[in-house]
Design a protein around this ligand. Structure first.
Ligand code: NCD
Length: 303
């Protein structure tokens, strides 16, 4: 079965025109001015992984459109008893789901769902693969701050290898000709990442990544991962942590983004996280209208 119309599985295969359409529609969405576009519809949120921002913003978005939401998490549901992904999918379909929003630790899980279940599937993050709604909201935040993608340089610093946020961002930004610089130690920012999308290059030194940069995107770095890869924590901090002094190497009006959760003292200092250039909470806010647009599109209401 082909994915139901309105599904959002990845950014990689989404056309630039469609991305702009979603972003434009999102600009007309405001959770403080609810629009009953999804009145009476059921949005099922199927979360097999922890989430704060993504889950709550899909929920607020769905409710702002007049939909009912049902949250199913792996703990406290039959998933814990070993029910398969598809059997859970058939069950929520039988319950009358009109849209399924799914986050899963395995890459491709939303695709499996979309091949067997005839309702739009929205990927809320699948393993190391993609996080399309995050890339769309990041693009929305960038455009609100920079007006256009033209001539932009975006630096992505941190654990790129394990980041679905980075993967989706590279696909999206490269469709608009943005210059993308990935920066981190080789274990976290391997050379192969340059094949992800056109316009992607690697910088090993933070100065090289920051010079001429308009948008700095920081990523979560897990201390367990550093330990597993035998990367010394204090060395990581010494070379890659974003400090106010380092941020000065970027363009004066460079904005600082992070999908969250942020780890102060590791990825960035509090001075940067709470500084004037930070847009981290703005991203969280922008997630709601963007997800309203994604859900409206899923139901064929994005007109
Ligand atoms: C990210 C995710 O889950 O991929 N967070 C998010 O959705 N805002 C980033 C991360 O957890 O590192």
């Amino acid at each position: 079965m082909n994915p139901a119309r309105g599904s959002l599985l990845a950014i990689e295969h989404l056309e630039a025109a469609e991305i702009l359409k979603i972003l434009k529609f999102a600009r007309g969405m405001n959770p403080d001015k609810p629009r009953p576009l999804l009145k009476g519809r059921r949005v099922l949120l199927l979360f097999y992984e922890a989430s704060t921002r993504t889950r709550s913003s899909f929920e607020i978005a769905a409710k702002s459109l007049g939909a009912h939401t049902v949250l199913i998490q792996s703990t406290g549901s039959s998933i814990e008893k070993g029910e398969s992904l598809l059997d859970t999918g058939y069950t929520v379909r039988a319950l009358g789901a009109d849209v399924i929003v799914i986050r899963h630790p395995n890459a491709g899980a939303p695709y499996v769902m979309a091949q067997h279940i005839d309702v739009p599937i929205v990927n809320a993050g699948d393993g190391l693969h993609e996080h399309p709604s995050q890339a769309l909201l990041d693009a929305y935040t960038i455009l609100r701050n920079k007006k256009s993608f033209k001539g932009l340089q975006v630096a992505i610093v941190g654990d790129i290898f394990h980041s679905r946020v980075a993967r989706s961002a590279c696909h999206l930004l490269s469709k608009f000709g943005v210059k993308i610089i990935l920066c981190g130690p080789p274990e976290l920012a391997p050379e192969i990442a340059t094949t992800l999308a056109p316009g992607v290059r690697i910088a090993r030194h933070i100065e090289d990544a920051l010079r001429g940069t308009d948008v700095l995107m920081l990523l979560r770095v897990q201390t367990e991962r550093l330990a597993g890869l035998k990367i010394n924590l204090s060395e990581y901090v010494a070379r890659y942590q974003m400090t106010a002094a380092r941020l000065k190497m970027a363009k004066k009006d460079c904005i600082v983004m992070h999908p969250g959760p942020i780890i102060r003292g590791l990825e960035l200092t509090s001075e940067v996280a709470d500084g004037l250039q930070a847009r981290i909470l703005e991203e969280v806010r922008d997630g709601v209208p963007v997800r309203m647009a994604i859900l409206a599109r899923a139901m064929g209401k994005m007109r």
